[in-house]
Design a protein. Structure first.
Lengths: 199, 442, 260
């Protein structure tokens, strides 16, 4: 197993989380109809709003650029291209088309990461970040209970597979929450956020 | 050749698109803010024939061997000073001489593992060395990745006559392994906000050496360790550091420094880790010492220097001072303490008043300056706005030293984008080209 | 020849807890051509790992790290020094060249250069006599005022004010000697009595290093115990450290030397 620094393990985790945040955020936008309103623009492109999809992608890039040696230039290049597409989406009258390309690149990034990164640990941390973020986003959003259950199952499978340190009690509590007929979403968010501890 | 160049020009945009895709950038501070910029690439290569490069190769190996011998000498017996070949003030009063390195023998006996020798070609075809860079010469990553991406975009232009330059990581890895004192080899970067961060991360990817920052390293019990995310310690035996001497170790050098690895220099003195390049190399690439390199070649190797310096005068010597004052208007004057294209004055560009002030400064501090004849560079074409236009360009050749010096069969060709400028430094807006070295018979 | 018992105590107290404290100490006299150290006892507290080496000037250094949280860092060193200034052995002259050139702390500016021009031109039998002459002239024009300067004060700054402490006397004399390209070095050490460490100057003359003490306007005798030598006070820093936390720090040093 290759050696991995503490700082880089945290960066891989957040790279997984931020790419997921952008990906799911764009998918949510694409389902909407009607004109592109001020609110959507702000949510999407505001460089001063740390919650915007633009900022999330920049945070993903900030992590990716210092991980070139861990993930490889080819894998990195998809994040770089997602940034270029995001920048042209900001200037576009029909931004959904470019945002679709942002997501194409994020999907390619995940695929490439899975295929080209030989270190299981490095791959596993990115995926774990992605799975945790997805449960968190689904619990916050309007996803159905079945969708949430499916994501909790995928997260459970992922976390048990990686050799990373996590809190098993929190994991079983999370699964219990998912099994309930009516999911306690705020509690689920609290649990999923305290599952692992990364810098 | 011509057909190929035209073909390359046609694909100029697609190659630059590829470079953007892979984030081939350099960092620059403008108004206190950090920006990442694409390093402008010109698709027309500098082409050096087999015979010509063989000549450069012999000269570069010889020069770097002499520079390494010089560093070994001045940090031990100082024979070259005792024998009166170089005046002692040029050795001991220069800012690059680190007294803390006196008496240290670096692992493998190598001081300058990676040497970047800057050359220019005159109109008459002869090559001149302009500068030796023995501290942290950067730039090899750019022609290396550019070659890769050009081959991808324009495979038909690469028909087999060009020496592949993508072996640089193997050469670098070999040097790290050769001097490694036991344990991992790492590349130490000051971080993402360094101008050459792309290069640091790309070399790490391609050599398999871990990219680390100072916080990842610690000294314990006279050994250097990398600390991994689970707190486990792994010994490190070679550090290719991309931070300068003064920030390397706050306990031994700049106490105000917020970065650095405490005690790394103490254990280096004991031979417990290799530092690439060795601390203290500034004593040999000072612009004042440059003047003496041909003498070093003669002194240490008993040979005449194959590569010539640009004609240089040291105002320190009375005859040279007289010459410099008489011919001020056609010389270029360089401040020995400055680098990166700064502190360079062209005599003919000064007003009468500026000239008078400058000459007074020259007389007051002769040791601070060197003067050189302005070399009439041979221009190289660049492809700009759909046309080929001539521009000034230099060549940084890389020599990697393990058991012996090895010349990388390529180099970084930098050009000035301003047609009137002689300054090709990337921090001043220049661009780069690939350098093709041809195989025998092509 | 004399036998001197010395004890050196240094403590560094931190306003707030400090940790990951890396230090390099240069406060231990060691045996050389004119002093023999015996019965040495050293204690450093706290410490996680430590090691020793001689730096490029031959000075004994102890370096290490105190990882644990602490608010006080202390160093104690004691022993017996047998000193004999006549027991000199030749030093390597090719090593002396580095001491001929000014450093940022010993750079001669306008006021030192002007003073130097007022001195009688050369015509002395050797470097040592020349240094003694310059020391005498310096002492007529410079006063000892404790607290008037700091560790970063340059020779030129101190001389412009015409006052300073032993470090400044030594720096100004170094600047004067270096204007004449006389190899000379800064020495940190101890002299009989109680108080702080002392500093003086050594001049390379006839193949050996000879001490002069500009603070007392006299050549050094066998009551001087040398701790370290270098181009200036920066090379002889008794304690160089970096740490996390700590806040404001206060350093105190107490030296006792008695003849036995």
């Amino acid at each position: 197993m290759a050696i991995l620094s503490c700082a880089n393990s945290g960066r891989l985790f957040w790279l997984g989380r931020y790419t997921e945040r952008v990906f799911t955020g764009i998918r949510a936008l694409s389902g909407r109809s009607g004109a592109w309103a001020e609110a959507e623009s702000k949510l999407c492109f505001d460089g001063k709003n740390p919650e915007s999809l633009y900022c999330s992608l920049m945070y993903a890039y900030d992590n990716a650029i210092v991980l070139r040696d861990e993930i490889g230039s080819d894998t990195f290049s998809y994040i770089q291209m997602a940034v270029y597409e995001m920048n042209s989406a900001r200037k576009s009258p029909a931004p959904m088309l470019q945002l679709q390309k942002v997501n194409d690149n994020i999907a390619a990034f995940w695929g490439m990461a899975d295929d080209a990164i030989s270190d299981e640990n490095v791959r596993g941390i990115i995926k774990l970040g992605k799975r945790i973020e997805r449960v968190d986003l689904y619990a916050r959003g309007d996803a159905g209970n079945d969708e949430i259950r499916r994501e909790v199952t995928r997260l459970t499978y992922r976390i048990e597979k990686t050799g990373l340190h996590y809190d098993p009690e929190t994991l079983s509590a999370l699964n219990e929450l998912a099994e309930a007929e009516d999911i306690d979403r705020p509690e689920m968010i609290r649990k999923v956020e305290s599952l692992v501890d990364f810098p | 050749m011509k057909v190929t160049e035209e073909e390359l020009c046609r694909h100029s945009d697609s190659v630059n698109e590829q470079l953007a895709r892979y984030g081939v950038k350099f960092g620059i501070y403008k108004g206190g803010q950090f920006h990442e910029q694409l390093f402008p690439f010109d698709v027309i290569p500098r082409v050096i024939g087999h015979e010509e490069f063989a000549y450069l190769e012999r000269g570069l190996k010889q020069r770097v061997a002499a520079l390494n011998a010089f560093l070994g000498d001045i940090y031990s017996d100082r024979r070259i000073v005792a024998d009166g070949v170089i005046p002692e003030e040029f050795v001991f009063s220069g800012s690059g001489y680190l007294v803390q390195c006196d008496g240290v023998s670096p692992p493998g006996g190598v001081y300058s593992h990676i040497s970047g020798i800057d050359l220019v070609q005159g109109k008459n075809g002869s090559w001149y060395v302009l500068e030796d860079n023995l501290r942290i010469p950067s730039g090899a990553s750019y022609p290396m990745i550019a070659r890769e991406l050009c081959m991808r975009s324009i495979p038909s232009a690469f028909t087999g006559g060009i020496v592949d330059n993508r072996n640089y990581p193997e050469l670098l890895r070999h040097v790290m392994d050769y001097v490694n004192t036991g344990g991992h080899s790492v590349i130490l970067t000051p971080g993402r906000f360094n101008a050459a961060y792309f290069e640091h991360s790309y070399f790490a990817e391609r050599t398999g050496a871990r990219l680390v920052t100072c916080e990842d390293l610690t000294v314990e019990n006279d050994r250097l360790y990398f600390i991994d995310y689970s707190g486990r310690k792994e010994q490190v035996g070679a550090v290719y550091r991309r931070i300068s001497d003064e920030y390397l170790d706050p306990v031994n050098f700049n106490r105000e420094s917020l970065i650095g690895v405490p005690h790394i220099f103490d254990i280096y003195r004991k031979g417990n880790v290799a530092i690439i390049n060795a601390p203290g190399n500034g004593a040999a690439d000072d612009k004042g010492i440059y003047y003496f390199v041909p003498r070093m070649v003669k002194y240490y190797l008993g040979e005449e220097a194959i590569l010539q310096n640009a004609p240089t005068y040291l105002p320190f010597y009375e005859d040279d001072m007289r010459y410099v004052l008489e011919n001020f208007g056609r010389l270029v004057i360089k401040d020995v303490a400055e680098a990166g294209g700064y502190g360079v004055v062209f005599g003919d560009k000064l007003s009468a008043k500026e000239k008078e002030n400058f000459m007074a400064m020259l007389k007051a501090e002769p040791r601070r300056f060197i003067a050189q004849e302005v070399i009439d560079f041979r221009d190289i074409d660049i492809y700009e706005g759909g046309k080929r236009v001539p521009r000034k360009a230099d060549l940084r050749a890389f020599v990697l030293t393990g058991e012996e010096p090895v010349v990388w069969k390529s180099g970084l060709t930098r050009f000035s984008r301003n047609p009137d400028s002689f300054i090709v430094n990337s921090s001043q807006g220049g661009g780069f080209k690939d350098t093709w070295v041809m195989k025998e018979g092509y | 020849m004399r036998r001197l018992r010395y004890s050196y105590h240094m403590s560094l107290s931190f306003e707030r807890p400090a940790w990951e404290h890396s230090f390099k100490l240069r406060c231990f006299p060691s045996t050389d051509e004119r002093q023999k150290i015996s019965g040495e006892r050293i204690s450093i507290c706290p410490v996680h790992f430590s090691s020793s080496e001689r730096d490029s000037f031959g000075n004994m250094c102890i370096y290490g790290t105190a990882k644990q949280v602490h608010t006080l860092f202390s160093v104690d060193a004691e022993g017996i020094a047998e000193t004999d200034i006549h027991g000199v052995i030749p030093a390597e002259s090719h090593k002396a060249a580095v001491f001929k050139y000014e450093t940022p702390l010993t750079r001669a500016g306008v006021s030192i250069r002007e003073f130097h021009r007022s001195l009688e031109p050369r015509g002395w039998t050797g470097e040592f006599e020349r240094a003694v002459y310059m020391m005498g002239m310096l002492c007529d024009d410079f006063s000892y005022v404790s607290g008037s300067t700091g560790i970063a004060t340059t020779a030129e700054e101190a001389f412009t004010m015409r006052r300073g402490v032993c470090q400044d006397y030594a720096h100004v004399l170094l600047a004067l000697c270096r204007l004449e390209r006389i190899p000379c070095r800064y020495v940190a050490g101890m002299i009989p009595g109680e108080g702080a460490t002392h500093a003086w100057t050594e001049v390379f003359d006839g193949g050996t290093w000879r001490g002069v003490d500009p603070t007392h306007n006299r050549p050094c005798d066998d009551t001087y115990i040398k701790i370290s030598a270098g181009r200036d006070a920066g090379d002889c820093a008794i304690n160089q450290g970096v740490f996390y936390g700590g806040g404001k720090q206060t350093q105190s040093v107490r030296v006792v030397v008695r003849e036995v």
